[in-house]
Design a protein around this ligand. Structure first.
Ligand SMILES: Cc1cc2nc3c(=O)[nH]c(=O)nc-3n(C[C@H](O)[C@H](O)[C@H](O)COP(=O)(O)OP(=O)(O)OC[C@H]3O[C@@H](n4cnc5c(N)ncnc54)[C@H](O)[C@@H]3O)c2cc1C
Length: 379
């Protein structure tokens, strides 16, 4: 146990250093240009963060979900785009972690750790969004191959990934039970991309559609058995949700820290605005909400790591609560800064825009509430 805690602490310290030295100075510019931060990749790759969840035997950092959350939270405090980059990478590796056989793990995990290959979690489609059971992409068996056809929508790293953990119907009549999971490699003919989306926030990550047009992949690229895809996708999302919550906590903490700093500096009526009780109360509420969200996130992460009962419910609550807190706290931060909060010269409006997607990604918060309610009423 001590060893695990030491490893987590080392990951958190490395994340903090990378965030402060390399990422924070670039965060505003990444947002303004909307460009993928290729120059930061070297710092991120050097620390091995793209392989955070991969086992050591494949060159990974052997991080558990708690360590993943610590990493994501530290980076999110300074730059939402950079934390989403790492979050999407971790989520992308989970289907192989959960459904891959030894030779698939050897092949893909080693590729990720040695070449720093990006991987996308490729589930969402134009028509299905929250209604994920109605997946339309098909994978038709042809002798020892599958032919993939369909269009995946809003995929993080879409056009720049090297690998795609993709979900498609092998038996359309069976619904969820007919979904299978695959790894699609970048060079595969028939793998195409939509335009780069222009987004409100998280502007430094690349989001595009991923299109399969008679995309032929060998049987060896299927993860698990035919029909295992839905379980793999849902388990991946359950495992990743605490990290989604950690991202929200990080963004909220960044906005809170800046608000405190600003409130101490800004003079109105001949005194710092931090001396006004109205401002103190807003900040006290912000801090309380961030701490409550953090506690729920790490409680959920501990349940996932310990494979404890209730992990899915807690993970969903953590993502739901932390992302609502992030939206509230970043909006309050803009209020604390007054007109300056609304200006691009200050970081809090970026944090507010970045926070918004945490309520939508990996399942909207309405859908998260449905999942929590399902757990509460199923008995
Ligand atoms: C920046 C970004 C990056 C993304 N990256 C990825 C990625 O890497 N991989 C991936 O697979 N997907 C990705 N997504 C997709 C994301 O997971 C979906 O956008 C999300 O699940 C919501 O689906 P939708 O956009 O189709 O909304 P819709 O499903 O159309 O929902 C619209 C509204 O209706 C509400 N709603 C829908 N159904 C119900 C219901 N039953 N009850 C109550 N309310 C409901 C929703 O909460 C929402 O408010 C990304 C999205 C964004 C914005």
């Amino acid at each position: 146990m001590k060893e695990i805690e030491n490893e987590r602490q080392m990951i958190q310290e490395a994340a903090l250093k990378t965030a402060q030295r390399a990422i924070q100075p670039r965060a505003a510019e990444i947002d303004a240009s909307g460009e993928f931060p290729r120059d930061l990749m070297e710092a991120i790759e050097k620390q091995g963060f793209l392989s955070i969840l991969l086992p050591e035997e494949y060159g990974g950092m052997n991080g558990d979900i708690t360590a993943f959350c610590l990493l994501i939270e530290e980076i999110a405090k300074v730059c939402g785009s950079s934390s989403l980059l790492l979050l999407a990478q971790g989520v992308g590796t989970l289907p192989i972690w959960l459904g891959g056989n030894d030779s698939q793990k050897e092949r893909y995990f080693t590729q990720i750790s040695e070449k720093n290959s990006l991987i996308s979690f490729t589930l969402n489609e134009t028509e299905i969004g929250s209604e994920t059971p109605s997946i339309k992409t098909t994978a038709q068996k042809e002798k020892k191959d599958y032919l993939l056809n369909g269009r995946k929508c809003f995929i993080t790293h879409g056009s720049i990934a090297h690998l795609y953990a993709a979900f498609a119907l092998t038996e359309p009549k069976k619904g969820n039970e007919g979904v299978s999971a695959f790894v699609v490699e970048r060079e595969t003919p028939g793998l195409l991309f939509g335009r780069k989306e222009e987004k409100l926030g998280m502007r430094g990550v690349v989001t595009t559609d991923v299109i399969f047009e008679n995309c032929r992949i060998p049987e060896e690229n299927r993860l698990g058995e035919e029909g295992d895809g839905w379980r793999i996708a849902m388990e991946s999302l359950t495992m990743a949700r605490p990290a989604m919550g950690a991202q929200a906590v990080g963004i909220a903490q960044g906005a809170l820290d800046y608000s405190i700093h600003y409130a101490n500096e800004r003079i109105q009526f001949k005194r710092p605005i931090s001396s006004f009780q109205a401002i103190q109360f807003i900040i006290a509420d912000m801090a309380t909400q961030v701490e409550a969200a953090r506690a729920l996130v790490y409680q959920a992460a501990a349940h996932v790591d310990g494979r404890l009962e209730g992990a899915e419910k807690l993970s969903t609550m953590a993502k739901l609560y932390a992302s609502d807190v992030a939206m509230k706290v970043t909006t309050d931060a803009v209020q604390i800064l007054g007109g300056y909060g609304y200006m691009r010269d200050y970081p809090v409006e970026r944090m507010m825009r970045d926070a918004k997607v945490t309520q939508i990604l990996e399942g909207s918060n309405q859908v998260q509430r449905l999942v929590v309610a399902h757990h509460l009423f199923k008995d």
